[in-house]
Design a protein. Structure first.
Length: 350
């Protein structure tokens, strides 16, 4: 295990308390709403924010432990960081920017420049070594920042929203490149992002922060298939309900009920994919076990699909085609019936 961290930081009224472990060769993506503590966690790992309690250990070396009065300064931690806005030195050339990390560690100028040239070639910018960052595109600046972080061969690399400033096409290309470069790096990696697609594409494991605490963590598919908070459910686009199961029925706090294919018992979460929800203007006949009456309270266009938010005893979001919106005359305030097959209901313990 490369990194073990028990991070306790108090910033005004905000209290961050997060336990995190990251192994060699593993990428952990940290997600969460604004103000959840994601960037504070990264800055604590980097040594830019000292701990108030807890400890940080990298390769069995204690980097921060206020109880033992131990604090290793950032430049001696063996940590590389890619900031959201890259923080390249505008007055230095691209080569000098990448070599800066090596020079700050006491590496001779000629050797630092050789290492910088090697990494610029690896990220496809060998021909831009003599230019200044201001002449580069956003994607090129991101590559320079990544090369500067990795050229020092850190034991831990931290990436704070590394793709956030890029447009859609560049983001897709850089996401693929970033995955390749991270895979070639043998140490631990922690990535902060707001984008689920970036997390799924780049990470082995997800850690979701809410209010300075870990709300959920685990392998990517475990978190996306079984969300345990409203934020995570909204992030992955799943209906998440909570209730008490008995037999083949889950009673919800809202007064409604969900019928399940398999028997359930106790406090449970109910997850339903929006595309599994069918909408009707009249009470339907047929086989669906779950039939709920509600009223449309919102219509969101998502490319060629439309999400319909339905209020009722069982609040639900359905995903339908644009054609269905016109055919059913779906708009705010209209009454609808929602149906879901019992076999499309996923239930798991709280």
């Amino acid at each position: 295990m490369t990194v073990r961290a028990d991070v306790g930081v108090q910033l005004g009224r905000f209290d961050l308390s997060v336990a995190l472990e990251v192994a060699d060769g593993e990428t952990v993506a940290v997600l969460g709403p604004n103000g959840a503590g994601k960037s504070t966690l990264l800055r604590a790992l980097a040594g830019l924010v000292p701990l108030d309690e807890g400890s940080i250990t990298i390769d069995d070396t204690v980097m921060d432990d206020p109880a033992a009065d131990t604090f290793v300064v950032p430049e001696r931690r063996g940590v590389g960081m890619v900031f959201q806005d890259y923080l390249l030195f505008p007055h230095l050339t691209v080569l000098e920017n990448v070599a800066f990390g090596l020079r700050s560690r006491g590496i001779a100028r000629a050797e630092a420049r050789r290492g910088a040239h090697e990494w610029l070639a690896r990220v496809g910018l060998g021909d831009r070594a003599g230019t200044k960052p201001g002449s580069l595109s956003g994607g090129q600046r991101q590559r320079v920042a990544l090369a500067r972080a990795l050229v020092t061969q850190p034991r831990l690399v931290l990436l704070d929203e590394p793709l956030a400033a890029l447009d859609g096409g560049t983001r897709t290309e850089l996401r693929r490149e970033l995955r390749v470069h991270l895979a070639s790096f043998g140490g631990a990696r922690v990535l902060v992002t707001h984008e689920l697609l970036d997390a799924v594409a780049l990470a082995d494991r997800l850690v979701v922060l809410e209010g300075g605490r870990v709300a959920q963590s685990g392998p990517v598919t475990d978190v996306t298939d079984r969300p345990r908070s409203r934020y995570v459910a909204d992030l992955v686009g799943v209906n998440l309900l909570r209730g008490v199961g008995q037999g083949h029925e889950v009673a919800l706090g809202s007064g409604g009920a969900v019928i399940t294919a398999d028997p359930v018992a106790g406090d449970v979460y109910v997850a339903i994919q929006p595309h599994s929800v069918s909408l009707h203007r009249a009470q339907p006949e047929g086989s669906p076990r779950n039939v709920w009456r509600g009223r449309v309270r919102g219509v969101d266009l998502l490319g060629d699909r439309v999400r319909i938010h339905v209020d009722g005893a069982v609040p639900i979001v359905a995903e339908v085609t644009a054609g269905a919106v016109g055919d059913l005359e779906l708009h705010d305030g209209v009454d609808v019936w929602a149906t879901v097959k019992a076999t499309d209901v996923s239930v798991y313990a709280i």
